[in-house]
Write a protein that binds this ligand. Sequence first.
Ligand SMILES: [Fe+2]
Length: 436
Amino acid sequence: MADGQGAKFHMTGNFGPVDDEATLLNLEVHGAVPPELSGVYMRNGGNPRNGDTEHFFFGDGMLNGVRLGGGKAQWFKNRWVRTACYEGKLRTDMAHFGDFRVTSANTNIVRHGGKFFALEEGAFPYEVDVDMNSIGINDFGGKLKTAFTAHPKICPETGEMHGFGYSPMPPWLTYHRFDAAGRLVESQEIPVKGPTMIHDFGMTRNHVVFMDLPVVFDLEMAIAGKMPFRWSDDYGARLGIMARGGKAEDIRWVDVAPCYVFHPGNAYEENGELVMTVCRFEKLWVGQSYDFEYPPQMHEWRINLTTLAVRETAIDDAHCEFPRVDDRRAGLVTRYNYVAGAETSGATEFNLLLKYDLKTGARSSLAFPNMGLSEFVFAPGGPGEDEGWLVGFAYDKTRNGSDFIVVDAQGMNEVARIRLPRRVPFGFHGNWFEGA
Ligand SMILES: [Fe+2]
């Protein structure tokens, strides 16, 4: 168990929930908000309405958002997603197992086909609007028949959204593809050996990549109301490479060293190889599913698309998570990964913003002493990769409040800090919605 973690580390400090919703105007800004930044940043996270939850990954979804425009920070808002579970109309218990309307909608917020979706991987997407008002469950006209990942990939070249759903019950894994207008146009079952936890996946220009890794569903833990997955020494670890537009029976599986990965940075094809950068855990949830026993570290899988030979490379030994790229290059060759990191292995909070240059191997960092970082995402400025800003929330322990921070990605220097008179709990994922 990493230092400082415990069965309910997620209820302490800035992991703990807030108990209200706020709309704040006239925000205090230090530095200068770039006038080119016009849009809304929204970030999702678990924030239990009743103030308590069994696991870090549970808890009602709460969106925290900041609008920037005209060189100003126009507002901050936080809003719960008013799911049926939040309203107390549906319960997240075994009686509703397999009911995809049961969602905390707490993991990510994405925009596709002109709609915003709060996502949680065990359920249908939940639609919200640009002001973070709740709309409702969206099953795409009844076409979506499975849960849907919180980490779909939007292709910058076609506008398609690729995703999947996984389930403890067959079908264990199902691939979904939506056209640029947001219509669900393809669903097909992906054959896997068993019910594993599949949090994210990869997309390249020509392929999608499924991570079939050894964190496996455990019925006893499910019945006990616990996070129902644990490590398996027997399951094995492999990646499934399927052509976009191809058939599941033609998937090519390649073995990798056993590990768990929540998040890839990006996947792309280069010189006949499929490259995927990931934050890799050596093992996860060995016998329990509360703590993260091994630090996640940047790692690269490089797969020869002809021979299927795999090369694995540890990129760095720093403890880091929440890898992101310039999403205009999602699935395309990328040089830079941006990641939240920590100076000490085993830390539960991140105080470094790291930037990996995969071409030179260089790592640059920006330290935030006495602060805890959430995920930082890329907001475009100029046309080239890395031309823009990294934005995200950071918790200032000295004043028990949070800042929304804008960092110049190329220089890795802070340009603006919006000091909020309240804290924003550590959460999961967000995105910058340009023009919203
Ligand atoms: Fe995630």
